[in-house]
Design a protein around this ligand. Structure first.
Ligand code: GTP
Ligand code: MG
Length: 333
């Protein structure tokens, strides 16, 4: 970073041009810049995004989730190659702030997406490390815009199906694909946490060999359950095997059809407009919260207030008001 604003601007413009021209090193650099949490990079990052924004948005944004081991990485390896063969360029991004927990998943992904990673029409970016879900997700959204400006017209956002990250990913994509395991039929996976309700497409993976029959049963159960859960929505429930490649083409077909239907009905534009607004507000929330926590007056009171709230000695509303008062001063209205 130089102190010369004009030089920075020029550099940003050059970087933006290189990204748009398909220069992969520039793309990687641009993503590193927008992923940076450093305050010193913020102006440059915003200038870059401003330059790229008019060239973004023309992709199909697909979220993929499923429990660890369902075969997300293996699926994306196959799916990505299929989509590329159909003439597209695919970028794969991950939202996974818990990569510490899923230990070694990046290494696993590298080997499971080996062929896709080598393909000139593909770009794979592992999850930005560190930070909160909100922080990681924000950087992933911004990486998505950069990839779109670089001409990737299918963006796959992968998330590990553990917890709240599905909602976060659903808020940044056009369509959400839930991958399921063939199950014994005792319990509908994902239904509890409401993930199924976020899904636009459902696919039972590993529908091969000995698991083929269980996979068909699982799919039938989900069709029935979804019919009750969302009458009239007709969420497709498909079968696939990331191992044999069976069913992958059908999933792409279903995704394209769903995307076309969204666009034709005007829902897509509406959805993206609302997502962009929510994105703005989430950044306002994040920034305010960070500033609040960094405030010395707040920091002095925070541990005691949190403790009192947790012990049931103080009403959360009262504690919240005290923290805000410490941060903003007494209310004047
Ligand atoms: N039989 C069969 N095995 C599969 C299939 N897809 C994936 N697997 C296997 O399932 C295991 C997990 O696959 P991954 O692709 O790593 O699963 P993942 O969902 O990315 O897992 P995490 O990254 O840990 O969340 C691997 O041993 C794969 O070889 C499939 O379609 N059929
Ligand atoms: Mg994986």
């Amino acid at each position: 970073m130089s102190n010369d604003g004009a030089a920075d601007k020029l550099e940003t413009a050059t970087l933006a041009e290189a990204v748009r021209g398909g220069d992969r090193r520039a793309l990687a650099r641009a993503i590193t810049l927008v992923e940076s949490a450093k305050a010193a990079h913020q102006d440059e990052s915003e200038a870059l995004l401003a330059a790229l924004l008019p060239h973004s948005g023309k992709s199909l944004r697909l979220g993929i989730t499923g429990v660890p081991g369902v075969g997300k990485s293996s699926f994306i390896e196959r799916f990505g190659q299929h989509v590329i063969a159909a003439g597209h360029r695919v970028a794969v991004l991950a939202v996974d702030p818990s990569s510490k927990l899923s230990g070694g998943s990046i290494l696993g992904d590298k080997t499971r997406m080996e062929d896709l990673a080598r393909h000139p029409a593909a770009f794979i970016r592992p999850s930005p490390t560190g930070g909160t879900l909100g922080g990681v997700a924000r950087r992933t959204r911004e990486a998505m815009l950069v990839c779109e400006a670089a001409g990737f017209d299918v963006i796959v956002v992968e998330t590990v199906g553990v917890g709240q990250s599905e909602t976060t990913v659903a808020d940044m994509v056009d369509l959400f694909l839930l991958l399921l395991l063939p199950s014994g039929g005792d319990e509908l996976q994902g239904l509890k946490r409401g993930i199924v309700e976020l899904a636009d497409l459902v696919a039972v993976n590993k529908a091969d060999g000995e698991l083929a029959e269980a996979a068909s049963r699982t799919a039938a159960e989900y069709r029935a359950a979804l019919h009750l859960l969302r009458p009239g929505a007709e969420t497709p429930v498909l079968l696939c095997s990331a191992k044999t490649g069976q069913g992958i083409a059908e999933i792409w077909q279903a995704a394209e059809a769903a995307r076309e239907a969204l666009a034709a009905s005007g829902v897509l534009g509406h959805k993206r407009a609302h997502q962009a607004r929510a994105w703005m507000w989430s950044q306002v929330h994040d920034t305010l919260e960070a500033r609040l926590k960094a405030d010395p007056q707040v920091a002095a009171q925070l541990p005691a207030l949190e403790r009192a709230v947790m012990a049931g000695e103080l009403a959360p509303a009262t504690a919240a008001r005290r923290l805000l008062q410490a941060f903003l001063g007494p209310r004047k209205d």
